[in-house]
Design a protein around this ligand. Structure first.
Ligand SMILES: Nc1nc2c(ncn2[C@@H]2O[C@H](COP(=O)(O)OP(=O)(O)O)[C@@H](O)[C@H]2O)c(=O)[nH]1
Ligand SMILES: [Mg+2]
Length: 294
């Protein structure tokens, strides 16, 4: 008997959704950042566990919307939430339960969910038990509550076993050898964005994006040509840096992440281009793939 289904990772920005997805897959494909709101689009990871094929959908965080780009991000999360077999609601162990109450209201279709208490390595046992107890009052709403720590590798097996139990019977939906149904260019664009988040401070990463112009694959080396878009002329100096040192560092960090996934040498060419007000430009956002109709 095979099981298969879609499991959306839902939670506030910075809860650890992308980190958890990478960790369950055992490969890094989703970008991760200490800064909130780094994940912009849905992405997925196909994880085989016993006789189940679990397709995890990573989403941008649930947050207040302002710009058109942020509205897109919230819609992405809400869409993934309404369109899956099971939801993993990620709550950092330090979060107040009122955030969970907000999530319950957003889960209009009442899709079954598991609460994952994340980052439990950040608190004492006593605090962890208190937090678990504070979710008891909602026990009728959730299927399970599972504490997880990525650095301590706690909770993974428990989580996968629980998901397996809750998934519907179904033949596999993807080739069991596949890691993701995503395009490699989207994964690479994410790695470059991650490198920008790691190396550039303040608001510039939020006002930048990456377009992969082309990938030339060879048996020994992949050549990747990409453009970093920014909102303002004044951000050019920040992203390029003195004598180009910032963009070089971004390129180097991103190239390493790409090589780690591909297992091959990579050459990465980064151009910088100013596109005034792109985060508010609905037409342009659609053009570069931020399209909820997709
Ligand atoms: N200490 C600790 N940090 C974590 C854990 N999981 C994620 N993080 C960190 O939390 C930050 C946000 O993670 P990310 O996966 O980007 O969150 P997302 O916005 O929900 O996708 C990153 O700096 C991660 O390294 C965990 O279990 N323990
Ligand atoms: Mg994320």
């Amino acid at each position: 008997m095979q099981k298969a289904g879609f499991v959306s990772l839902i939670g506030r920005p910075n809860a650890g959704k992308s980190t958890l997805m990478n960790s369950l897959l055992g490969e890094k494909i989703a970008m991760v950042s200490q800064k909130a709101n780094a994940t912009r689009k849905r992405s997925n990871a196909i994880v085989m566990h016993n006789n189940a094929q679990i397709i995890f959908i990573d989403t941008p965080g649930l947050h207040e919307k302002e710009k058109v780009l942020n509205k897109f991000m919230l819609d992405e999360a809400l869409k993934a939430m309404g369109d899956c077999d099971l939801i993993i609601y990620l709550a950092p162990v330090t979060d107040l339960t009122e955030h969970y109450e907000k999530f319950l209201k957003l889960n209009k279709k009442n899709i079954p969910h598991i609460i994952v208490l994340s980052k439990i390595d950040q608190v004492s046992q006593e605090k962890l038990f208190k937090k678990i107890a504070s979710y008891n009052q909602y026990a009728d709403n959730f299927e399970a509550l599972i504490p997880v720590s990525i650095p301590r590798k706690v909770g993974h097996k428990d989580l996968l076993d629980t998901i397996e139990k809750l998934l519907p019977e179904s033949p596999f939906l993807y080739d069991p050898e596949d890691l993701t149904s995503e395009l490699i260019r989207d994964i690479y664009a994410g790695f470059i964005r991650e490198a920008i988040f790691e190396n550039i401070s303040e608001e510039v990463p939020y006002e930048s994006d990456v377009i992969i112009d082309s990938i030339e694959e060879d048996h020994s080396i992949d050549k990747i040509y990409a453009t970093v878009i920014i909102e303002k002329e004044s951000q050019k100096g920040i992203i390029i840096g003195k004598k180009g040192e910032a963009i070089k560092r971004i390129g180097k960090v991103a190239r390493r992440k790409i090589e780690e996934l591909s297992g091959k040498k990579a050459y990465l060419n980064l151009q910088v281009s100013v596109k005034k007000g792109w985060t508010k430009d609905e037409h342009f956002l659609k053009e570069i793939g931020y399209d909820n109709a997709q």
